[in-house]
Design a binder for this molecule. Structure first.
Ligand code: ADP
Ligand code: NA
Length: 327
């Protein structure tokens, strides 16, 4: 139909956090009403860094399962593996021939990754942004939800698409960043000046979506706050501010309502309440994960059907591109 399309790629590295959920995933659940949504587990990107094959397969499956469990309807959203749609690799090759070394040399993420994986600075790591451009352009994506660290990659995607279009005519839709409703940025429970991140090495800094209730409550009890014991929403109190944000989002209450509810109460009570609220948001997700893990045939069929759907759209774009370049 005439819906605009939205693409998001996700790496199966690390475990999803409450930040990923409240800041991203939870806001995506109804986007399919407005957009044709593609959520791709980008396993081709993953092998730019050495992976244990069994582990990669397991984590990719766990991520896809968690997305479904968190409420992304796998019939209304195309949730699939990149490696199941060969168009990603094929378009990536073509786009490589329309991307300059100089452009790729300017990518800050390559420099960071090269420094981190200095024993394996492979060509895939260097051309990673071209594969990402292919991911997005393959679905004629109109919008892409991107974090700050991915802005540069969306820019190069637009540059490559514009370059290609200027030579061959209107082939690709030029994607825009998706500006969703402003979700709160969830901060680390141990260093509230930093965002909560799945790559944080301190496991107490993040709530993972698969954390059990005891773990969730323990982590909130240990959350770094301040010593004045007053529940006030202020930049001077980043730890408490973060907990108020979390409580407000998980209870669908405004910040003012939360502050009023805990007026005169101490941090101990408040942390307990936040922990319980978060545990109860995670519980149905975890129950659903367990159900999905038992129903292997169902998940397999979702994976297969969605790969077919993604292939359908991908092939349409790819044929168009192949013809333009002379294949
Ligand atoms: P991470 O730092 O956990 O690896 P990513 O950079 O992969 O997260 O981001 C995945 C998605 O989750 C993005 O849409 C990003 O904006 C969102 N996100 C990540 N961390 C947070 C956070 N702490 N608060 C709100 N949203 C977040
Ligand atoms: Na589109």
């Amino acid at each position: 139909d005439g819906k605009k399309s939205l693409f998001s790629g996700m790496q199966a590295t690390g475990n999803l956090t409450l930040g990923n959920y409240l800041g991203a995933l939870n806001n995506w659940l109804t986007l399919n009403e407005e957009y044709e949504c593609f959520y791709c587990v980008v396993d081709l990107h993953s092998i730019t860094v050495r992976q244990d094959p069994a582990e990669l397969r397991k984590r990719a499956r766990a991520l896809l399962t968690l997305y479904i469990a968190a409420g992304l309807d796998p019939v209304k959203n195309c949730i699939y593996y990149q490696s199941h749609v060969s168009g990603h690799a094929e378009l990536s090759w073509i786009l490589n021939c329309f991307t300059y070394m100089g452009e790729l040399n300017r990518m800050t993420q390559f420099k960071d990754k090269a420094a981190k994986h200095s024993d394996n600075i492979n060509a895939g790591l260097f051309t990673y942004p071209v594969l990402m451009a292919a991911d997005i352009l393959l679905f004629q994506s109109d919008v892409v939800p991107v974090g700050v660290d991915q802005k540069q990659h969306l820019e190069i995607t637009r540059d490559i698409a514009e370059r290609f279009n200027s030579i061959y005519g209107d082939v690709f839709t030029i994607p825009e960043p998706y500006i969703g409703k402003v979700g709160a940025k969830i901060m680390s429970l141990q260093e509230p000046s930093k965002k909560m991140s799945k790559s944080d090495e301190n496991v107490n800094a993040s709530i993972y979506l698969m954390d059990d209730p005891d773990t969730v409550i323990r982590k909130f009890k240990r959350a770094v706050t301040d010593s004045d014991n007053q529940i006030i929403y202020s930049d001077d109190k980043p730890g408490i501010k973060n907990l108020i944000d979390i409580y407000s989002l998980t209870n669908n209450k405004t910040v003012e309502e939360v502050v009023k509810e805990f007026d005169g109460k101490g941090y101990g009570d408040f942390k307990m309440a936040v922990g319980e609220a978060v545990a109860s948001v995670l519980k149905p997700i975890q129950t659903r994960v367990a159900e999905l893990n038992k129903d292997k045939a169902y998940v397999d069929s979702i994976i297969k059907t969605n790969a077919e759907k993604a292939n359908y759209y991908a092939t349409k774009t790819l044929r168009k591109v192949q013809k333009k370049v002379g294949f």
